[in-house]
Design a protein. Structure first.
Lengths: 115, 882
């Protein structure tokens, strides 16, 4: 069923929303993504991901007061919902558990600099 | 941050976002973009920031942000459901859908092609920049002609302030005035062709006409003597892609006589004359300045004038008669007819020439409005028949959808909504048909051009004008087809409909039958029209022309040296050549003419066509002498060309009771020839049957022999022709061998009529097919409605025959009425067409009787074939269910 999965970019956005709390909105999220990951993303791409996250119920949003630098427009501030938190945790646990299941041998032979 | 330090964002992308993005997202999107723009402007120039702004704005045009047009618009939902209903209805009745489409495609294709053809015919000579100011001067006497004296053009420019420029031109004629092909040779490459359509023209040619120069200078090109301007396609034949200018070409045997001084675009298809090469008259004048052909006495050139913008041609026309007397140099009394307006110099608008002018010496065969009218009417009839079929089938079909309409009305659909649904459906069908017919038209270019001997460019169907025309035609069709059924259905009460009136009362029978009648009228007009055209052509072809046409081959001679005797002797050796003669003109072609008058009555001048021929020509052509004797070159007068034969018409017009032995003057321009009439020839049709027989004078003149005519033994042409060519090449090694059969040439005279026949036959075939198919649809409905009635009649003892008569009766009456209406229409239309002919077959009542009987029989058979099943079926099957 659509809505239960968390895409890679969505997860990134969701994490950043958490990082930026309580000041996460479209533009600040984009800037944070650029700063933290060096990925160039369009504002529209961020909004698109936000709208998907909201559809899936992982984030909720409220409108702030109008500010001058936005030409008198309000911001939509995002925060993680309980479900969002669960989804993040699930992803995190899944990743850790999978990582821990990798046998030592598999990693040992690797040239570490290549990782 | 003070408010005035905020940067304004670009307007257009903001607008786009406002149009396309969801309203609830708009604020945050715009807000983010705005804020981002402010940041951008800190670090970047305005234009760079603008580009970034555009980039980000465009990135919002993705599905999540776009307004959902489809889902929350009533209109979209409504049309989507109409579309679905339409597709379902079309799918459910595949046969009638296919038939509807087929009929409409046929009609649109026919209309589109005819439209293109008519457009092209109407566009003749409009390609000149100021075509509306260009006129040709024509001489309108009792036997009007296009040709007028050469000096006239330039005299008009100098004497009339209204005239801006003028040009005189003439095709290069051989003696006897048959158009002559000139052999042009590029010596260094040894390329040579026989070029038809060479013209002598004034140096002002390009002042009057607009032909685009590809090489050379239009101002000076024609000033030099023996300079030649080639058309593009001609230049390509000799020089390929290389520049042509400056090269020399040989003119017949005159080595390197011509210098190429220009290359111009070929004249478009829609031009009343086409040229391969142009030579300035300057060249001729340098040879023989006193050529009478170049003087006022010879009406032998085509003169065109270009009026100043806004000048009136009527003013000029009114001034010409008085003015012309200063130059023409006729005896005083000869001006009488000119001054009192019996004979006139007319200015023919150049754009009208192709469709209205059919006088002597047209540069190329012209058409006439009559043909456009016939084609146009045929196209309209096919369209009408098709629309009617569409309407009839739509009403019939709508009756089967009564329940759907009833439910819709019960739920609360308004009349306008039902109407719009029906219009939507019929529009859908017509536009699908229109699209498909465009495809068909595109693929029929060469077939259609072959059929009408036209050169239409179907690419033009995609021009705005043609598409508009077809869209209008299609929309009108769709509207008509939708309006009637929707009004009919709208008129019913939903309760009645749902109670089930479908079986009993599929209404509109009266309207359907009326429409059927209209259809049949159209079909009758077309069928009897093509029968009449057919009769007339048969009449022309079978009419005794007064000379032999079969098995006669004409071979062109080079009349620069008279080798006709040698040619005759040599060719007569070939077995299969029965007899052979030399003469100047091919019967059916153009003839030169000059005045003749009897010595005893010099005032009685008659214009006579002339034919030069040798002793044998009379017998080869099987011409009959009614008085006097044939030519005999052993007699001095005969070989000197002072013994004349005249035809009966000439004798009559000269008022000579007993012409043989009388002296006659033949005014060969300034050369007055006095001779004696030695015989009278029975009238024969030396011109096409479009014109009456005119006076003709015949004599011997060796320099005038353009052809030898050989009577061949029919069985082995393929053996004889190469031998003829062989003999020809021995005598004229440099020339191309050109052989024509007389019967082919005569047939070509009626090409336009044959083409019309072919087209109208085809169109009437289509029209009868469509009408009958429409009739089948109607009859099926009628039978369905009367199944019970037929059952009861059978129970009461009616025979199958009686039932067939019952079903047929109404339709045969409709056909009868249609015939009665159709006949006078056909009669009027065809009288008009037959008016083009001097020799008319008349309209035989038999044609109409045949059409009526044929149509009645066809309809009777069709209906009976459909009805026989119902008539034979067991009545209990029809009666057991209610």
């Amino acid at each position: 069923m659509k809505g239960t999965q968390l895409g890679e970019f969505e997860e990134l956005v969701l994490l950043i929303i958490g990082v930026l709390f309580p000041d996460a909105y479209g533009l600040s999220i984009r800037e944070e993504i650029i700063k933290q990951t060096n990925r160039k993303v369009a504002i529209g791409a961020v909004h698109s991901a936000l709208s998907r996250l909201q559809d899936k119920g992982f984030v909720k949003s409220d409108l702030s007061d109008a500010t001058h630098e936005r030409g008198g427009r309000r911001k939509r501030l995002f925060s993680i919902t309980a479900e969002g938190k669960r989804a993040l945790e699930k992803n995190h646990e899944l990743r850790n558990s999978l990582f821990n299941q990798i046998p030592e041998v598999a990693l040992k032979g690797l040239n570490l600099s290549a990782i | 941050m003070p408010s005035n330090s905020l940067h304004k964002v670009p307007k257009l992308p903001s607008k786009i976002i406002q149009w396309f993005c969801k309203d609830e997202l708009l604020e945050e999107i715009e807000g983010d973009l705005f804020e981002h723009y402010q940041v951008l402007r800190e670090d970047h120039t305005k234009w760079k920031s603008d580009i970034f702004y555009w980039f980000h704005a465009f990135h919002f045009l993705r599905p999540f942000a776009l307004k959902k047009f489809g889902q929350n618009s009533n209109i979209i939902i409504m049309y989507r459901s109409y579309f679905k209903f339409a597709l379902r209805a079309m799918w459910r009745q595949k046969a009638s859908t296919a038939f509807n489409l087929l009929g409409l495609i046929l009609a649109f294709t026919v209309c589109g092609l005819i439209y293109l053809h008519v457009q092209q015919e109407l566009s003749y000579d409009k390609f000149h920049d100021r075509a509306e100011d260009i006129y040709r001067v024509a001489w309108m006497n009792e036997n009007p002609q296009t040709r007028t004296p050469h000096p006239m053009a330039q005299a008009m420019v100098s004497d009339f302030p209204e005239i801006e420029s003028a040009v005189s031109l003439s095709p290069i004629y051989a003696p006897g005035l048959t158009k002559q092909s000139i052999k042009l040779t590029l010596e260094k490459e040894n390329i040579s062709f026989n070029e038809p359509d060479g013209y002598f023209v004034d140096s002002t040619f390009f002042d009057v006409f607009d032909f685009k120069f590809l090489e050379g200078n239009p101002e000076t090109a024609l000033n030099s003597s023996w300079g030649v301007v080639l058309s593009k396609s001609t230049a390509e034949r000799y020089f390929g892609d290389a520049p042509a200018i400056g090269n020399r070409l040989s003119f017949d045997v005159n080595t390197d006589m011509l210098e190429v001084v220009g290359v111009v675009e070929d004249a478009p298809v829609a031009s009343h004359f086409h040229f391969n090469f142009l030579i300035s008259y300057v060249s001729l004048k340098s040879l023989n300045f006193n050529d009478p052909w170049m003087s006022w006495t010879d009406f032998g050139h085509f003169n065109y004038v270009k009026l100043k913008a806004g000048a009136s041609e009527e003013v000029v026309e009114a001034k010409i008669p008085k003015w012309a007397t200063m130059y023409l140099g006729w005896p005083e009394e000869a001006y009488e007819d000119l001054l009192n307006g019996i004979d006139r110099f007319d200015l023919q608008p150049i754009t009208d020439i192709h469709l209205t002018s059919n006088i002597r010496w047209e540069l190329e065969a012209n058409s006439s409005y009559t043909y456009l009218f016939i084609y146009g009417v045929s196209g309209l009839f096919i369209l009408l028949i098709s629309i009617i079929n569409f309407v009839n089938l739509s009403t019939a079909r709508s009756a089967q959808r009564l329940k759907e309409v009833g439910v819709k009305k019960a739920i609360g659909a308004r009349k306008t909504e039902l109407l719009s649904q029906f219009i939507f459906e019929s529009t859908l069908t017509t536009y699908v048909a229109l699209g498909l017919s465009l495809l068909v038209i595109r693929n029929l270019e060469s077939e259609f051009n072959n059929l009408v001997q036209g050169q239409i460019d179907v690419g033009l169907i995609f021009s705005t004008q043609s598409i508009l025309f077809l869209i209008i035609v299609a929309s009108i069709t769709a509207l008509i087809a939708a309006i009637y059924p929707s009004f009919y259905l709208n008129a019913q009460k939903p309760g009645d409909i749902l109670k089930g009136l479908s079986g009993k009362k599929i209404g509109g029978a009266k309207v359907r039958n009326t429409l059927l009648g209209v259809q049949l009228v159209a079909a009758i007009v077309m069928i009897s029209g093509s029968l009449i055209i057919n009769e007339q052509i048969k009449f022309l072809k079978n009419k005794d022309l007064g000379f032999k046409q079969e098995q006669l081959a004409f071979i062109e001679l080079d009349n620069y040296e008279d080798k006709s005797e040698l040619m005759k002797t040599n060719m007569l050796q070939i077995s299969g050549v029965e007899s052979i003669a030399a003469l100047s003109n091919i019967p059916g072609g153009q003839f030169n003419q000059h005045p003749i008058y009897p010595e005893q009555n010099p005032d009685n001048r008659v214009d006579a066509s002339e034919l030069f021929l040798d002793d044998d020509a009379m017998s080869v052509l099987e011409l009959e002498i009614v008085a006097g004797r044939m030519l005999n070159e052993k007699m001095a007068a005969d070989s000197a060309g002072t013994a004349f034969l005249i035809n009966e018409t000439a004798a009559k017009e000269l008022n000579l009771e007993d012409p043989v032995g009388k002296n006659l003057f033949w005014v060969d321009n300034e050369n007055l020839v006095k001779g004696q009439i030695i015989g009278v020839v029975k009238d024969f049709h030396f011109k096409s049957l479009h014109v009456p027989i005119r006076p003709l004078i015949m004599m011997s003149r060796h320099r005038g022999f353009n052809y030898v005519v050989a009577s061949l033994n029919a069985e082995n042409y393929s053996m004889i022709i190469p031998q003829l060519e062989n003999e020809y090449q021995k005598i004229f090694p440099q020339n191309d061998f050109v052989l024509k059969f007389l019967d082919d040439e005569i047939e070509d005279l009626y090409e336009e009529e044959s083409r019309t026949l072919l087209l109208t036959s085809l169109l009437s075939g289509i029209s009868i097919f469509l009408s009958i198919a429409g009739l089948i649809g109607i009859v099926m409905i009628a039978i369905k409605q009367r199944v019970k009635e037929i059952g009861i009649r059978k129970v009461l003892g009616a025979s199958i025959g009686q039932i067939l008569v019952l079903i047929n009766g109404r339709f045969l009456i409709i056909t009868g009425i249609a015939t009665v209406v159709g006949i006078p229409i056909t009669w009027m239309l065809m009288r008009n067409w037959l008016g083009n002919f001097t020799y008319q077959n008349g309209i035989s009542p038999l044609t109409f009787i045949l059409t009526a009987i044929g149509l009645l029989a066809l309809i009777f058979i069709t209906i009976s074939a459909i009805a026989i099943k119902t008539a034979k079926s067991n009545p209990s099957l029809a009666l057991r269910s209610e």
